[in-house]
Design a protein around this ligand. Structure first.
Ligand SMILES: C[S@@+](CC[C@H](N)C(=O)[O-])C[C@H]1O[C@@H](n2cnc3c(N)ncnc32)[C@H](O)[C@@H]1O
Length: 282
């Protein structure tokens, strides 16, 4: 018998419900093959031939297995300078604005929410350094969070296959990357200056958010697309508790907050501005 042939509607629904409850990712019936291909390596690892055995195992070991299930399901595709116009806007509009408006406090806080393997927060750091020569005199914090513990470990390392930077400007790569110490032929490493600016943390949008303070800019791109409308709206409401009026939120190009949040006003392609955060007491 082939491994995992019994992903019938009952077994699929059982696993999809666990995934939804754990991380909010909404798997409809069109995702049967995706779920099968993502979980077969785990079945193999556990020595199971059927989803029936896997489900029985899940029922008895969920505390330990939940992370592995969630890590297998999350889609981690990302790249440096993905949806580049967000970084152009940051450099051309937001940074000059912050330099004026925040000249007394000299603090900037940015959150890459759903940062995957780190390309997004590292691109934010590069953009800040490019457009802000005076940055060392400022208190600039980039928080980068994700639910996927494996991908976060990769992100923290800051080491990437050279293919990941082959389409980037050569001067930029020379400036912000160095050859990997362990795999110099195939990999490059983000420079320590960039790496130092980013603080990676594990965070599940469905659980408590332990951070304090307000973010001037939140990137939550290509994440909410996996959630249903209700969950999306709940997350946007929680973002607004971490943003003051005038702060910005960037989402992915194929996502929209249309009819979902009155707190965020569309100001450009996949770019929103907060028009009255709910200001939770942090
Ligand atoms: C496709 S990646 C997006 C990466 C990056 N933001 C970009 O646009 O290139 C989506 C990320 O969202 C994370 N994610 C999914 N569900 C999550 C949840 N409930 N809490 C936090 N992160 C989650 C995944 O682990 C994944 O790394």
């Amino acid at each position: 018998m082939d491994i995992g042939v019994d992903l019938n509607p009952k077994n699929f629904n059982f696993i999809a419900t666990r995934v939804y409850d754990s991380c909010g990712v909404n798997l409809d019936e069109s995702k049967v093959e995706m779920l099968r291909s993502r979980l077969i390596p785990r079945l193999r690892e556990l020595g199971f031939m059927t989803f029936k055995e896997y489900i029985c195992f899940l029922e008895n070991n969920y505390d330990d297995e939940e992370f592995k299930l969630v890590n297998s399901i999350t889609t981690n595709f990302t790249s440096f300078f993905r949806e580049k116009h967000h970084f152009d806007y940051m450099q051309e509009v937001l940074i000059p604005q912050w330099l004026k408006e925040k000249k007394d406090s000299k603090t900037i806080k940015i959150w890459s929410a759903g940062c995957s393997s780190g390309e997004e927060p590292y691109t934010i750091a590069m953009s800040l350094l490019n457009a802000m020569p005076q940055l060392e005199y400022w208190d600039v914090k980039i928080l980068a969070t994700d639910i996927d513990t494996n991908i976060l470990n990769m992100a923290k390392k800051g080491e990437y296959n050279k293919e990941k930077v082959e389409d980037l400007d050569k001067a930029l790569v020379k400036h912000w990357f160095k050859p990997s110490e362990t795999k110099p032929d195939t990999h490059i490493q983000v420079s320590p200056k960039i790496q130092k600016m980013v603080h990676f943390r594990h965070l599940n949008f469905m659980h408590d958010w332990p951070m304090k303070g307000q973010f001037d800019l939140i990137f939550c791109r290509n994440v909410i697309i996996y959630f249903d409308k209700e969950t999306q709206a709940r997350i946007m409401k929680r973002f607004s508790e971490y943003q003051s009026s005038g702060a910005h939120l960037f989402i992915g190009h194929s996502e929209s907050l249309h009819q979902m949040s009155e707190t965020y006003k569309l100001i450009g392609k996949a770019m929103y501005q907060c028009v009255g955060g709910t200001h939770a007491k942090h």
